[in-house]
Design a protein around this ligand. Structure first.
Ligand code: ATP
Ligand code: MG
Length: 570
């Protein structure tokens, strides 16, 4: 993935604004033509599909322009950050197909440097220790219409500030007793410039620096300076940091150090989905989903378990592009990218999710017929497999209706249907139990239609059903998924006040009596299949050789493709 390929250069996608900026910078010889980006996750949760957009952008630009991309853990809040998240993030970035410039970076590696730079600001008269409480600082910050008020501690002498700041570091004061603030302008039109807090006291053990520090830098102080230490040329973040850019620039200018340029792009917002680690953590902790890798989760690990491929996620990120204005992407586009890929790569098999037994009364008992069935009509190299057929087979219960409406081209009493690649059968009799439920169907088959041949008399058979021979069938479990949130815009608090209230009660359906064709006995973890007429499925990690479990990765229905055809979307 580090080499740019011919295909990239010939790609039909027009350049987005950041690509154009970098092209121009290279032309001007800015940073000696270097391109160095970074992906800076906070290790306080697992990555989600929104992060994938940022990963594809940052690592993609480095690859495209022959540059480097760092993976930097923004580990400045020890209360929320954990090693398990660091490990998971590394794994997910690699799974997506990217490798960072070695070694991985940590903001905590720069704590000493950041401290020394803060001392520099104090010496220059650009920062001061404030004794006000967090509430007092908030209350005196002012509003967009009114300026803020100067802190009574704002004009402390540098010497006193240096002494207090050193003692903050030593752990002499309690959490929240003092902060270090930049001395900028309490009347600034930009609230971020009204003497922002640079350091706070936090008595917490850090996963990497242990108890060395009693003070931790705020995002606005840590981020730009970390970019500078690493020699980042293009620091790309999401739009909500646009108003922080003047502060980013102010810090670097005051220090007089290498100055990367910050650019902002629109974060991904996906319909029926919430992309916020805070919310995702809540769903995990409250047991609303079964962990970070629940296949309904928009996390990278959840998508992976569901059966998504890295290629389809990268393709999705490519298609949504990079823009400067926020918008919502239809989740159907993500599904479409996956379906397009699986259509080309997934082996076709037969499975019956809700079985109904069909007895073929004129087929000899004990006889086994075998059919050569094509593994993938989209891929000639995929070959064929043998599928056994016998007197009793299962079909999908939904494929039979006693009182069939006119255009029901499946099975009903007296009607014929084709069993895929096998024979045409006619339903002669419906067998019910005492409660009146259908327990099996008695049918007769037409031997002349073997292997999918057409009837000699020219009669037309419209429907084709998948089936599984009863005595050869493997039992399995299938998990069907629907959107995790019922509403299209679950981030809209007028519609969904609390994320947990917006959960789709039908987001998971477990079917335990599934009949699978025998070739699936060798299915391996993560392997993907198209179950004919039922969708794309992949083997779940819960699966055991004697108890197979499949996730429905995506249905066959292509709502996105239909919308494109109707001209509703591009
Ligand atoms: P969340 O809001 O989910 O907690 P975050 O921005 O706090 O996300 P970080 O770990 O700080 O999470 O994000 C790492 C990088 O990923 C940042 O550069 C951030 O801008 C980017 N990122 C996060 N969410 C999205 C998104 N939905 N679309 C695009 N980029 C995103
Ligand atoms: Mg963040």
């Amino acid at each position: 993935m580090n080499e740019s390929t011919e295909q990239d250069n010939e790609s039909a996608t027009p350049a987005h604004f950041i690509q154009k900026i970098i092209e121009e910078d290279k032309k001007q010889g800015k940073h000696e033509g270097r391109v160095h980006t970074r992906f800076p996750p906070e290790p306080n949760g697992f990555l989600h599909i929104g992060h994938a957009k940022s990963i594809c952008l940052n690592f993609g630009l480095a690859r495209e322009f022959g540059g480097k991309c760092n993976l930097r853990f923004d580990d400045t809040n020890p209360i929320k950050e954990e090693q398990k998240y660091i490990d998971a993030i590394k794994q997910d970035v690699r799974w997506l197909g990217f490798e960072w410039d070695q070694p991985e970076c940590y903001t905590s590696d720069y704590f000493e440097q950041l401290y020394n730079w803060a001392v520099q600001l104090i010496e220059q008269g650009d920062a001061y220790v404030d004794d006000q409480t967090a509430d007092e600082i908030r209350e005196t910050r002012g509003t967009l219409k009114e300026p803020g008020q100067d802190s009574p501690y704002r004009n402390r002498e540098a010497e006193e500030n240096l002494d207090l700041f050193a003692r903050m570091r030593q752990g002499e004061f309690g959490s929240g007793e003092k902060v270090l603030r930049a001395k900028i302008d309490m009347a600034s039109g930009n609230l971020n410039m009204r003497d922002p807090v640079l350091y706070r006291i936090l008595k917490a053990t850090h996963p990497r620096t242990g108890d060395t520090w009693s003070i931790y830098p705020m995002y606005d102080w840590a981020h730009g300076q970390s970019d500078s230490v690493e020699g980042i040329t293009h620091s790309i973040c999401t739009l909500e940091f646009e108003d922080h850019r003047p502060l980013y620039d102010w810090c670097l200018d005051k220090l007089g150090v290498f100055h990367p340029q910050q650019y902002e792009f629109a974060r991904l917002q996906l319909s029926y989905t919430l992309l916020s680690k805070r919310v995702l953590i809540q769903l995990v902790n409250d047991g609303i989903v079964n962990g970070w890798d629940d296949p309904r989760m928009p996390t990278i690990t959840g998508l992976k378990r569901r059966g998504y491929t890295p290629e389809s996620i990268r393709e999705f990120c490519e298609r949504i592009g990079v823009a400067k204005a926020n918008s919502t992407v239809d989740i159907a586009l993500l599904e479409h990218c996956l379906r397009e890929e699986l259509n080309k790569t997934a082996r076709r098999v037969m499975a019956v999710l809700n079985p109904l037994k069909l007895v073929i009364t004129n087929f000899p008992e004990g006889k086994v017929d075998e059919f050569e069935v094509e593994n993938n009509p989209e891929d000639e190299t995929a070959g064929h497999r043998k599928v056994p057929f016998s007197r009793e087979v299962y079909i999908e219960a939904d494929d039979f209706k006693e009182d069939a409406p006119k255009k029901f081209f499946r099975l009903s009493p007296g009607k014929e249907v084709r069993l895929k690649s096998a024979y045409i059968v006619r339903c002669d009799e419906v067998i019910k139990n005492d409660a009146g439920d259908i327990v099996e169907l008695h049918c007769t088959y037409d031997p002349e239609t073997r292997g999918g041949a057409n009837p000699k008399d020219g009669r037309k058979i419209k429907g084709t059903l998948q089936w599984v021979s009863a005595k050869h069938a493997i039992d399995g479990e299938v998990r069907l998924y629907d959107h995790l949130f019922t509403h299209e815009t679950p981030w809209d608090s007028k519609i969904v006040p609390e994320p947990k209230d917006g959960i789709n009660p039908e987001s998971l359906t477990v079917l335990k009596n599934v009949k699978l064709e025998p070739s699936l006995a060798s299915a391996k973890l993560g392997e993907r299949f198209q179950f004919l007429r039922m969708g794309y499925f992949s083997v779940d990690p819960d699966s055991r050789p004697d108890a197979l479990v499949f996730n429905r990765t995506v249905t066959l229905k292509d709502t996105w493709g239909k919308m494109v055809k109707k001209g509703k979307v591009g």
